[in-house]
Write a protein that binds this ligand. Structure first.
Ligand SMILES: [Zn+2]
Length: 393
């Protein structure tokens, strides 16, 4: 195998070097002490503007916050700027007002970066992070996807018809970021590939043309996603999916990718029994730390494009509750019932109200919870669970 001693020594050195690189590229999440970092004052699915204001006032970041402009209903939109490095990262959360999980993770990120630890010092000396925690404060106030004019801001990237869209675009033009993170929540319906596993996190390196070519910037986005996938796979095995990459220039991510900025779509999804998305919030925080670390440590090129396509695509095969043999309750039901929760804002908390989404065989469908009407315990549960009882009986 080795023609001489020199070749053997070269092999040993290369092997050792590769090993060291692999250790360095992974962030040790348990050493981060997430519970000490987590912003405990904000949790659950609804974040009120007064909660956000008290976070800002209670944190030592007041000199790092500045207003960017106002929403349709005159709510202020802020940016937080951290670090002084050459590499510029722009991220925004809650452009869809009812998608709060990434905002919570971003507040945790701000907490983390304003504490002094060796890794944060290294990050803040090599990167300037511009964070817009809530781009759509009007939608956030009433828990809607759209803004106050009922416009989906993620379909307004070309037209720029809304003040919130123009604020983001002006900020992009002003700081000319090297990387963009577009932060969202996704519904509970998504599973990974064909597995009965929820897509707890999903990612996309948006396309920049109809042919879905891989430009340098898109390739970088893909490699960063591969790094995140690798770092988080042991925490949430088979629970990370990839979105379809059909090009839509009305979407903000596709537009920024088209303009040559590596852009990554982050989607916070369902983790079993975590409808308040506090576990997913933690995983998004780790994903953000991983992406920032890979960028600041110049390690993007260590990851392979091919591995991006190894990440399974998402499918829509989950119901929140799958009721089996529902025809035993009432003949009007056709065999099985798939139920999805509708999220309803009620005095600053989110209620999860069950609605019948589909009935029938529902082959190939999964449930985050299964109830089988053949089973007396499950039937008793259905009768005592008030909302399900009202819906079905
Ligand atoms: Zn969204």
């Amino acid at each position: 195998m080795f023609t001489n001693v020199t070749n053997f020594i070269t092999f040993v050195i290369e092997f050792a070097f590769t090993f060291v690189i692999q250790i360095n590229s992974s962030v040790n999440f348990s050493s981060l002490n997430y519970l000490e970092i987590k912003e405990l004052s904000i949790h659950g699915r609804y974040i009120s503007s007064s909660q956000l204001q008290s976070f800002i006032k209670g944190n030592s970041i007041q000199n790092k916050i500045s207003p960017l402009g106002k929403s349709v209903e005159n709510r202020l939109i802020h940016k937080v700027t951290l670090g002084s490095g050459k590499i510029k990262i722009l991220m925004w959360s809650q452009m869809h007002g009812n998608e709060t999980t990434t905002t919570k993770a971003v507040l945790d990120l701000i907490n983390y970066l304003t504490k002094s630890a060796d890794l944060t010092k290294q990050i803040l000396s090599s990167v300037t992070l511009t964070i817009v925690p809530v781009l759509n404060p009007d939608g956030a106030a009433v828990y809607t996807r759209e803004n106050a004019n009922k416009v989906d801001l993620n379909r307004d990237a070309l037209e720029l018809s809304q003040p919130e869209s123009r604020i983001l675009r002006d900020l992009y033009d002003e700081i000319k970021p090297d990387y963009c993170f577009n932060l969202h929540d996704q519904r509970t319906i998504f599973n990974v590939g064909s597995l009965e596993k929820p897509a707890t996190l999903s990612f996309l390196a948006p396309a920049h043309d109809i042919q879905r070519n891989i430009s340098v910037s898109r390739g970088q986005s893909m490699k960063i996603i591969v790094a995140i996938h690798k770092a988080l796979s042991s925490l949430i095995p088979d629970q990370i999916g990839r979105y379809d990459d059909a090009f839509n220039p009305n979407c903000v991510g596709d537009t920024f990718q088209l303009l040559g900025t590596p852009t990554i779509l982050f989607e916070a999804g369902h983790f079993p029994d975590d409808y308040h998305r506090e576990r997913t919030r933690e995983f998004i925080f780790y994903a953000l730390i991983t992406a920032i670390s890979v960028i600041t440590q110049s390690k993007i090129e260590e990851y392979s494009l091919d591995n991006y396509f190894d990440i399974p695509e998402n499918n829509k095969r989950f119901f929140d509750v799958l009721i089996l043999n529902a025809n035993l309750i009432n003949k009007k039901y056709d065999h099985n019932i798939g139920i999805l929760y509708k999220e309803v804002l009620n005095e600053e908390t989110i209620m999860f109200n069950p609605l019948i989404e589909a009935t029938g065989e529902l082959k190939d469908s999964f449930g985050h919870k299964y109830l089988n009407c053949i089973d007396q315990n499950d039937l008793d549960y259905l009768k005592f669970a008030r909302k399900l009882n009202q819906l079905l009986f």
